[in-house]
Design a protein around this ligand. Structure first.
Ligand SMILES: C[S@@+](CC[C@H](N)C(=O)[O-])C[C@H]1O[C@@H](n2cnc3c(N)ncnc32)[C@H](O)[C@@H]1O
Length: 387
């Protein structure tokens, strides 16, 4: 079914309630039973929607059960934690209305509206726009969200305090890495950004720093340690780079520090959060820790002292070995290590391969870092440092 309307009728809504939480293994039996009293295409649309809602719980929590999705819409939507953080930033900038250009099923529009911001939500795909409209209604936000089915390049945004653009970054062949291949292209979005007092453009976290326009602030965002996206802000502080860690939020800003010095491995090894690494702010974290790098090209910081920081995870290092699987195996056997966490940076060895070779056995746990120390392939063994 290429239309949401039947699911929004009283019969469709009742069916959606009935199939909520259906176990995939039971789908066929449920469908057969429901088809006795309802049209077959409505039953399969309801079951399909139930499946999408289950997938969306990871992003939208309990709201997912009341929302409407398309397969692409679930995939491409901003998770609520990130959208809520961004909406709060817009609010702090004094923004009261936003043109959300490329609204998808409304992940960002919902968070903006919940922050009290009036939203014009635009998407050119009819089914996606219908889902955004249904979501505004399902969540009681129609007073703040106007959904328009249109091409964003044809929309007048002059009446809004801010523009937000989340371009489509997936084509028929999967993810798109070139910002000019986004729909619409980054250069169009960057131009739109200059037409409003404030703007934010969501981009892939892998965007090269050289592609960030001079007028933009760049923010990399992680949630629970996973890097989710980068955002280019206009109307804030051009040239500033931030790493923001959710759920905090905790934000680290660039201070323009030079690369940290390389030094011998100390008692502690710090693994910076992915957002810090993507934002090229390892020097800022190293300065906070009074640490240095174990290698000029590797983003592990080492220091003699344990200092709590939200921006990196600390490990206490007990051993440093040249890369040698036999020696590692012997050491782990001697220590009775059965639970082995393998981390790597600057090594081609696959963690699973290593685990198979060393066959860890025993009641104790350890972490091994496969990396380079001053250019030499090295194994660092340790465990998470006590807080
Ligand atoms: C990444 S999704 C947006 C996700 C959204 N921020 C959310 O959280 O749900 C991108 C959307 O852009 C829409 N799109 C791409 N090019 C467009 C254009 N030129 N005009 C309008 N919509 C467009 C696609 O249909 C898609 O729904």
């Amino acid at each position: 079914m290429n239309d949401l309307a039947p699911l929004l009728t009283p019969e469709g809504r009742a069916l959606l309630d009935e199939v909520r939480g259906t176990d995939p293994a039971q789908e066929l039996a449920v469908a057969t039973r429901l088809r006795r009293d309802h049209p077959a295409d409505l039953v399969s649309a309801a079951l399909g929607q139930a499946r999408l809602r289950q997938r969306a719980v990871a992003k939208f929590g309990a709201d997912a059960e009341r929302m409407y999705f398309t397969p692409n819409g679930v995939e491409q939507s901003t998770r609520a934690s990130v959208a809520t953080y961004r909406a709060r930033r817009f609010g702090e900038l004094g923004v009261t209305s936003v043109a959300d250009l490329c609204c998808g099923i409304g992940g960002d529009a919902i968070a903006l509206a919940r922050a009290g911001i009036r939203v014009l939500a635009v998407d050119r795909d009819p089914l996606t726009a219908a889902a955004a409209r249904a979501n505004a209604e399902a969540l009681g936000l129609t007073g703040l969200i106007e959904v328009r089915e249109a091409d964003v390049t044809e929309v007048d945004v002059s009446a809004y305090d801010a523009v937000f653009v989340d371009p489509a970054r997936r084509g028929g062949r999967g993810r798109i890495f070139d910002p000019e291949a986004y729909s619409p292209p980054l250069s169009w979005a960057a131009h739109m950004a200059t037409t409003a007092p404030h703007a934010a453009l969501k981009v892939a976290p892998g965007i090269p720093h050289e592609a960030v326009p001079d007028a933009a602030e760049a923010e990399w965002i992680s949630d629970g340690g996973d890097v989710k996206e980068a955002v280019l802000w206009f109307g804030t502080e051009p040239g500033l780079v931030r790493a923001t860690l959710l759920p905090g939020p905790r934000t680290l800003c660039s201070r323009g520090l030079p690369n940290p010095a390389v030094r011998p491995v100390g008692r502690f090894l710090y693994e910076p959060d992915g957002a810090v690494i993507r934002a090229h702010l390892v020097a800022e974290v190293a300065a906070e820790l009074d640490g240095g790098l174990i290698d000029g090209t590797i983003a592990y910081v080492t220091a003699d002292e344990l200092r709590p920081t939200p921006y990196a995870t600390a490990y206490e290092i007990t051993d440093q070995l040249h890369f040698n699987i036999k020696k590692l195996k012997a050491l782990l056997r001697e220590r009775e290590v059965g639970i082995l966490t393998v981390k790597k940076r600057g090594s081609a060895v696959e963690p699973e391969e290593l685990r198979k070779k060393v066959k860890p056995q025993g009641p104790n746990s350890a972490t091994v870092f496969l990396t380079r120390v001053a250019g030499a392939p090295t194994m660092l063994i340790g465990h998470p440092a006590a807080a």
